[in-house]
Design a protein around this ligand. Sequence first.
Ligand SMILES: [Zn+2]
Length: 412
Amino acid sequence: MEPRARRPSPGSPTSLKEANQARLIEALQFAGTMTQAELSRFTGLAPSTVSNIVRELTTSGLLRVSPTVSHGRTAQAVRLSRGAGVLVAADFGHRHLTVAIADLAYEILAEERVTLEWDHRVDDGLAEVARIMARLLAEAGIDPALVVGLGMGLPAPIDSRTGQVGAPSQLPGWVGVDAAALATERLGVPVRVDNDANLGALAEDRWGAGRGADNVAYVKLSDGVGAGLVIRGELYQGSIGTAGEIGHATMNEFGALCRCGNRGCLETLVATSVLLDQLAPNHGTSLTIADAVRMAHAGDVSCRRVLEDAGHHVGVAVANLCNIFNPDRIIVGGELAQAEDLIVGSIRRALKRQGIPSAAEAVSIVMAELGARSHVLGALVIASSGASPEALGAVVRDTVEADQTLLRTVEH
Ligand SMILES: [Zn+2]
């Protein structure tokens, strides 16, 4: 979409008003829903200014206001209206794809999860996103023109300089591709891409187990192992976007060969496929992690041993992370998080033994709260951050203009 030619001179009443409107819209893009008092605190705008902007933008159709209860008192909850746009999330895992449609307050309107071959080609992966997105929009009765952004999560490092999907990737068919550019071209909407552990970190920090903490590390323990680091609400990506690759921390220089080409990485010890291979002689090849957790709780010694040892290895790597990064909270997510205390207990014990006492005492280790939703919600966050307040306003203006054209057509 071409940017609109609206350039009032700086400092004029119109530009000040538009700047204030943009601040308020950005606050709602960040939080989803806020009361007028919260908007005033968050933006630093006077309550009367907030009230005026909310009234005007509600009349124009950009905002929606509904009664709520805040601190025991009745208040007005403000959110961006569905007419202002919708967001799409596409979360790729090792063997699955989840596509979700949400409004700008991050309320999920439709969602579908399908299985996908891990060695699929990038063209096929994107075609699948397009098919599911079109179907979900049609089923929910949403005009595809209302999609203001799509956030995509990939189980791979993404080079922030070139946008290229790096190695090692759990999706080899995507390596070397500028995924955001290609997806924007194929899907016809602005697409932003990030590593799935980074997206989990963003969502847990904002709505889940990271709330109230300043420095958070989200550790994803699935078939791929990675971490997302959030410092005071901002994702820390490092110089080229690959920070947090804890899955390739060297645990044993002469250990098993890793898919990254190195030896003895954390992932070679704790990837879910590695744990299930270890259990196969005792329990067969159709065992799942959920089965192993259930059997461990029921007293099966081998399942308990494998899960606790995995927790120990993760704990050693987390102790190194704590010594260097000194976070106040570590959030454990991904498929292995189902093992809860079996994993977290042994992470805590290893951290106590391996971490420097002051860093180990300062950090709390907690379970992720958003489960499988965390990557989808994180993808919605980057989808929304890519949509400018001007673009959201433009959708409403276009819709209003289209409605008026339609009315005129009907009238004549
Ligand atoms: Zn590795």
